[in-house]
Structures are given as structure tokens and as C-alpha cells.
Design a protein around this ligand. Structure first.
Ligand code: UD1
Length: 397
């Protein structure tokens, strides 16, 4: 029997992930877990630029990869990853499973933990867009229902969970690990200047855009409305667009290549380079969840091309929600007009997403979940028995 102070045994905590943002946000918890972490990559993102290159840049250990997931329809992604994870868990039962956010990979990890009575820790619990058209909204609701330990990034996330009836003792407000990810991986000023020079950019003199969400890419008219705005801005100042594979393919299928001519399209960049570019951009344009958080740590304004957000904390000062179309350009020009004074003001504000110590808190919670058996002596819980407490007793050795 291990004691609370003993290190967790090697490979006893399964960290399930499959996309670029999960790699970014779980890198620091994985580092703090050390040899206890067993990283399982579902293969949802499979391009080198979206996965292996990001992994290497973050200093993550080599994961165990599942096969047959990337590029498949959503249901097939979830089912295939679930089957692959279950086989691996059957082989070696983890004492805890950790998932982050709202991707198909995270949902597969949550279902696999649930199927084998393994305590489930959900990092970034309690986010809600209330937009049922988003697959992520369904994923995050189901994951929160299944989770035994819910790591809410903000007090508002905790309130949302309580309002849905989640027992208070399962929820901890930890902050968001993205804060420490930005602090750890943003290059020093000299390196940032080199990155900008490589792209022939000047500090505060360009726009950085990322667009990948299905509602902005999959309807050719909507994608055209977004790209027209970027092209219009590109006639006034450089617009850099690291192209997500989904966006690249959809733009080509829709015959929108001419709209890309004036935009500086680049391949997806590693995380440090992305932070270098984002941290010195005059304005960010994005539909990404993570960029909404990162903009608040970097202190840069964001025009968020979404009709809803699960991260309203960013809206107070840093971000503005706009639909695809002319409001994108109008919002960017408004921010540009605020000039250096506007940028200084944002840089002086704290991020609403945490203090940079979320990963430490989360790893402590993971350790407690994994050691439940030892930490809380009591009668054994039968496999499959209805749970009354916050975490099930892991059956792992
Ligand atoms: C997924 C997440 C989203 C997250 C995003 C970050 C879900 C439901 N969505 O969306 O929350 O913000 O990742 O990028 O999990 N593709 C490639 N190469 C890759 C990855 C994807 O070509 O490395 C192609 C796929 O074949 C597919 C499309 O891009 O046609 C979309 O990929 P998918 O994994 O479905 O979701 P994302 O849009 O990346």
C-alpha cells in the first residue's frame, strides 16, 4: 500500500489526448507527473505540423499512438479511439485517467475510463457555450457528467457546474494550464524579434489570424466571407494566417485560392513560434478556444469569429465576438485605432484564466484521485457498484 507522500508508480496515470491544443495544455501537468504519466495519443491530429512537431517543441515524452482515428467521421473517431484505449487499459489498468477540454479524443478517454471504473480527472471542466451546434459543447457536457474530479479554470466555470447539479466536492477551481504554457513557451524578446524578422514583420504592425472551426470553414459562402475580410485587411497591413489543414482543404475545394493571394499563408507553426507571432501582433483574429485564453496572457486584442463562446471571461477587456463578414474588418480597425495606448492598457491587465499555478494544483488532484484507495480507508466498492463518493476505488495494482 502506498502512502500519500510516495511517488505514483511509473505509467500509472493515463493522459489521453489527440489534438494540438491538448498537447499544449497538458504538457506542464505531464512534466510534473514525471514517470507516472503514460501519454496516449488517439491520432485525431496526425499531420506532423499538428502533432509530432508540436510534441517535440513542448518537450513531451513520446506517446503511445492509436491507429485508425485521424481524418475519420466524428463517430468513428470516438468509437475507434474508445476501442483502442480500452484494449490498452485492459492490458495495464491505470489508476487515474486525465483528459482535457472538449475534443473527440477527450470524450473517448472519458468513456474508456468510465467503462473500466477508473477515476476520471477532467482538466478545463465547466465550460459551456450553450451552442448545441458545436460538437465540442456535447463532448464537454458528457465528459463533465462522467468526471470524478472536475478542474474548473475559473469561479464561473465552477458556478455553471454547480447549477447543473454537479456535487461541490468533485469540483476544484484550479486556473487554466494555458497561463503557464504561455509563460513557459513564449520565447525571449530577442528570439521573438528573430521570428518576426523571418516573416518580414514588425512588432505591433501586423494581424495574426487562425481559422479552423467547421462553422467558419465548411460552408463555402461563410469561408469566403471570412477570407474576404482577411484579404481586405491585407491591403492595409500584413495579415499572417497559419493554415489549419481543415481550412486549407476547404478553401481549395471551394475554389477560394485567389482570396489567399494577398494573405501571408504559412504552415501551422510550433507553439513557441506561434506565441512569438501572437505576442507582437497588433490584433489577433481567431475562432479558436485556446487563442481566446492566450490573448489575455499575452495582453493582445482579439477579434473572435464566433457566434458564441464558452470563455466569456475573455470578452470583458480582450476579445469581441463577431460573425463572419464585414464586422471582422470593422472590429480590427477599431482596435488598430486604439494604437500603442490601447496595447499598453491590455498588457497591464491580469489574465482572468489563472495565476500560472494550475498545473501544480491539477497534479495534486490527480495524485489524490489515483491514491484514493490509500487516502480514504473504507469498505471496498464492488466493481460496477453505484458510486456514492466523488471517486471510485481504482482496481489497479
Ligand atoms: C479539433 C477539435 C477542436 C479543436 C481543434 C484544434 C473536436 C470535435 N474538435 O478540431 O475542438 O479546437 O481540433 O485544431 O475534437 N486534419 C488533417 N490533419 C491533421 C488534423 C486534421 O488533415 O493533423 C483534417 C481532418 O482529416 C479533417 C479536418 O482536418 O478533415 C478536421 O480535423 P478534426 O480532427 O475533425 O477536427 P479539428 O477541426 O482539428
Amino acid at each position: 500500500m502506498s502512502t500519500p507522500d510516495e511517488p505514483l508508480s511509473a505509467g500509472s496515470v493515463a493522459v489521453v489526448l489527440g489534438t494540438r491544443p491538448e498537447l499544449v495544455k497538458l504538457a506542464e501537468p505531464v512534466r510534473l507527473l514525471g514517470p507516472a504519466a503514460r501519454v496516449l495519443h488517439t491520432g485525431q491530429h496526425y499531420d506532423g505540423a499538428m502533432s509530432q512537431d508540436v510534441l517535440a517543441g513542448l518537450g513531451m515524452p513520446e506517446p503511445e499512438y492509436l491507429a485508425g482515428v485521424g481524418g475519420r467521421p466524428r463517430a468513428v473517431q470516438i468509437a475507434t479511439a474508445l476501442e483502442g484505449l480500452d484494449a490498452r487499459f485492459a492490458d495495464r489498468l491505470p489508476r487515474a485517467v486525465v483528459v482535457q477540454g472538449d475534443t473527440n479524443a477527450a470524450l473517448s478517454g472519458a468513456l474508456a475510463a468510465n467503462a473500466r471504473d477508473i477515476p476520471l480527472v477532467h482538466v478545463e471542466a465547466g465550460l459551456r457555450s450553450h451552442d448545441r451546434a458545436m460538437p465540442e459543447e456535447h463532448n464537454r457536457v458528457v465528459i463533465d457528467r462522467l468526471a470524478d474530479v472536475l478542474c474548473a479554470a475559473t469561479p464561473d466555470n465552477r458556478s455553471l457546474l454547480l447549477a447543473e447539479g454537479t456535487p461541490d466536492q468533485r469540483i476544484s477551481v484550479t486556473g487554466n494550464t494555458v497561463v503557464e504554457a504561455v509563460h513557459h513557451h513564449r520565447p525571449r524578446a530577442g528570439t521573438c524579434a528573430e521570428v518576426l524578422a523571418r516573416h518580414a514583420l514588425e512588432r505591433d504592425g501586423y494581424v495574426l489570424a487562425t481559422i479552423h472551426r467547421p462553422e467558419n470553414t465548411d460552408d463555402p459562402a461563410v469561408l469566403a466571407a471570412v477570407l474576404e475580410e482577411l484579404a481586405g485587411l491585407a491591403r492595409e497591413l500584413p495579415v499572417v494566417l497559419p493554415l489549419h489543414p481543415r481550412t486549407r482543404v476547404r478553401a481549395e475545394q471551394a475554389g477560394l485560392r485567389p482570396l489567399l493571394a494577398d494573405i501571408r499563408c504559412i504552415a501551422p507553426v510550433d507553439y513557441a513560434s506561434f506565441l512569438a507571432l501572437a505576442g507582437d501582433a497588433a490584433v489577433l483574429i481567431s475562432d479558436s478556444g485556446g487563442v481566446q485564453e492566450e490573448s489575455t496572457v499575452l495582453g493582445r486584442p482579439l477579434v473572435c469569429v464566433r457566434r458564441s463562446t464558452e470563455r466569456p471571461e475573455a470578452l470583458a477587456e480582450f476579445a469581441e465576438l463577431v460573425p463572419p463578414g464585414p464586422r471582422i474588418g470593422a472590429a480590427v480597425r477599431r482596435r488598430l485605432a486604439e494604437g500603442a495606448a490601447g496595447l499598453r492598457r491590455l498588457a497591464s491587465l491580469p489574465s482572468p484564466f489563472g495565476d500560472g499555478r494550475a498545473s501544480r494544483r491539477i497534479v495534486d488532484l490527480i495524485a489524490r484521485a489515483a491514491r484514493r484507495e490509500d487516502a480514504v480507508p473504507g469498505p471496498p466498492v464492488e466493481r460496477g457498484a453505484r458510486r456514492t463518493g466523488p471517486v471510485r476505488r481504482p482496481a489497479a495494482a
